[in-house]
Each structure stands twice: as structure tokens, then as C-alpha cells.
Design a binder for this molecule. Sequence first.
Ligand SMILES: Cc1cc2nc3c(=O)[nH]c(=O)nc-3n(C[C@H](O)[C@H](O)[C@H](O)COP(=O)(O)OP(=O)(O)OC[C@H]3O[C@@H](n4cnc5c(N)ncnc54)[C@H](O)[C@@H]3O)c2cc1C
Length: 215
Amino acid sequence: MADACVTVIGGGVVGLAVAAELSRHYSPLFLLERYPKVGQETSSRNSEVIHAGIYYPSGSLKARLCVEGREMLYRLCESHGIPHRRITKIITATQHEDLGELERLEKHGKGNGVNLIMLTADKVRELEPQIVTVGGVFSPGTGIISAHGLMDYFFHAAREQGRSTPALRHAATGTLAQPHSPAPIPRLRRPAQQAQRKRNLPNGSGSWRSATSAR
Ligand SMILES: Cc1cc2nc3c(=O)[nH]c(=O)nc-3n(C[C@H](O)[C@H](O)[C@H](O)COP(=O)(O)OP(=O)(O)OC[C@H]3O[C@@H](n4cnc5c(N)ncnc54)[C@H](O)[C@@H]3O)c2cc1C
């Protein structure tokens, strides 16, 4: 493998998004993925919901990034034709004693910066006549997205914007510290594939991140 400025480990949605962004600034860039195709793990086995950010703990980074990232994601989908729909969501209560919990959720979500609207039972039924309800909270920002559509977009953007090369069937087994390099380089399963002089090493190997960083 030739010298590279940046190597990204892992071709899930996080690694692909990082590769797409960095490929605008660094070239050449390698994306290491251990499987023959990208996006074969968690990123293609999820619910494909664009979350509003209602439930995350107040003041947390997750809450802030979910609220900011959601609108960025909708804009990205709209400008690049990535399949998605802002289908909205209603959280309903079926018993009067649950209305207090709905109010707590509404207050918590609003504290996170999420636009939420309390609905009476009649209003919920107006929107969704089949629902048995005593009231609800309406989330206009919730949506759905094609996870594969999003990953395809990042994959092609990374290839087209810079000289980015996906190295499929390449598993990083750890990292090697380099005395004269500001960042470690990835250690690969097959030594012949060993990448040289990687200046930066973003790690997007999902649940396996600690395994590929620690050794
Ligand atoms: C049941 C479920 C439902 C979810 N629903 C939603 C939802 O509706 N909306 C939402 O936004 N999020 C949802 N999520 C969360 C979301 O799916 C994850 O946050 C996201 O997919 C994580 O992406 P990732 O790129 O970090 O990880 P992954 O998709 O796991 O990607 C990691 C990649 O790294 C590769 N890799 C690992 N180790 C190595 C190595 N040593 N060398 C080379 N490559 C390696 C793997 O093969 C894989 O391709 C859900 C998660 C679950 C489990």
C-alpha cells in the first residue's frame, strides 16, 4: 500500500462520514474495512430513524449534537438526493396516569432544544384516527433515512472529492507508534499490506474501536 496522509479505520457510517469530510482536505486517504463491502455491521442493522433528540440527558454532548446534526442531515439529504422523509412522530399516552410522564418528556425535550407540541386526545385522533389515546406529544423533527443511501453518498463523496481509496478486506489489528510521526499507523493483519507513514488515524471501527486503538 502506498504512503497516505490519512487512514480511516472502519467503513461504517461514522468512518465513511469522516473519510468524506477529510478527503476534501487530505490526499491520498485510505479507508480500511475488514469486510469485502462497507456498511455491513451496525450501520446497516439499525432502525434508520433521524432522531429529534428528545431523550438524551440535558446538557449532554449527545443532546446538542443530535439537535444540530439532525438539521444538517436533512440539509445534506435534500441537497444530494439521499432518500429520507420527515415523517414526524407522536408519543401517546393510553392512560390518564401517564399524562404526567408525557409532560415530563415534553419539558425535557424542549430543554434539549427540540421542537415539541402537546396534543389533546382529539388532536392526536385527528392526525392518526386509529390510535387509542388520552393525549400525546408531537415531534415534527423526527424522520427516517435510507442508511445505505447515506453511506453510498459518503463512500462516493470520499472517492470523488479526493484521491481516497477504499481498502476492503483490510483489517487493522492495532496501531504502531512511529517515533517521528505525530500519529500512530495502523497495524494490518497481513504484513504485506502494511500502510506506511499515515499522518492521521481517525478510528471509525464502531464497537471494535477499543480493540483497534489499544494494541
Ligand atoms: C438496534 C439498533 C438500532 C439503532 N437505530 C438507530 C436509529 O434509528 N438511528 C440512529 O441514528 N442510530 C441508530 N442506531 C445507532 C447507529 O446504528 C450506530 O450509532 C452507527 O451505526 C455506528 O456506526 P459506526 O460507523 O460507528 O459503527 P459500525 O457500523 O459498526 O461500523 C464499524 C465498521 O468498522 C469495521 N471494522 C471494525 N473493526 C475493524 C478493523 N479492525 N479493521 C478494519 N475495519 C474494522 C467494521 O467491519 C464496520 O464496517 C441503532 C443501533 C442499534 C444497535
